[in-house]
Design a protein around this ligand. Structure first.
Ligand code: AKG
Length: 176
């Protein structure tokens, strides 16, 4: 089974973003939720305290909040039974700002590689509900994926059903 995706701010499709769904009725994608921008801005500011290079290469760090991060899209991934995500790099943004990834529900193995390719070396990290992962700077284009979700490790009462939610918050660098 594959991951189901919903979008806020911009509609993501392989290799790009648009404000409307190509196969829909032309209606605009739902607005980017402001609270997610606040949360992810704080996460980037905290990450920068640990690793200043997390914002290096970002095209514009003069505006927005204290972190210099101006996210405008959230991709919400739902992992039902058996769902996983193959190794890939997030290359569809026109901006080098970091990606903030929030996990809810079942724990997973998050595989984090290098920008050189989808193969080894990589590091497997267990992401639990509530964990927040920031990747930017030299790691912004690192290949990553989710080879396994540990079924039954989350709290269905908190997320509505058994499975895993992941929200990645990004800055597209697009105008319009
Ligand atoms: O589910 C995750 O933790 C990763 C999601 C991801 O890699 C993506 O949305 O590009």
């Amino acid at each position: 089974m594959s991951v189901e995706i919903a979008c806020f701010g911009w509609h993501w499709f392989p290799y790009g973003y648009s404000r409307t769904l190509d196969d829909g009725d032309g209606s605009r994608v739902a607005a980017f939720p402001h609270p997610l921008g606040v949360l992810s801005g704080r996460a980037v500011a905290d990450a920068r305290e640990i690793e200043p290079r997390v914002l290096s290469g970002a095209t514009d760090s003069s505006g927005g909040d204290a972190s210099g991060f101006r996210p405008d899209v959230a991709l919400v991934n739902w992992y039902g039974p058996g769902a996983r995500m193959g190794m890939h790099a997030d290359r569809d943004e026109r901006c080098a700002a970091p990606v903030v990834s929030l996990s809810l529900g079942d724990s997973c193995v998050f595989r984090f590689g290098t920008p050189a390719g989808r193969g080894r070396p990589w590091t497997d990290v267990v992401l639990e509900s509530g964990d927040l992962f920031v990747f930017g700077g030299p790691s912004r284009l690192a290949f990553h994926g989710v080879p396994k979700v540990m079924v039954g490790t989350g709290t269905p009462a908190v997320i509505g059903r058994q499975g895993r939610w992941n929200i990645t918050v990004r800055e597209t660098g697009l105008v319009g």
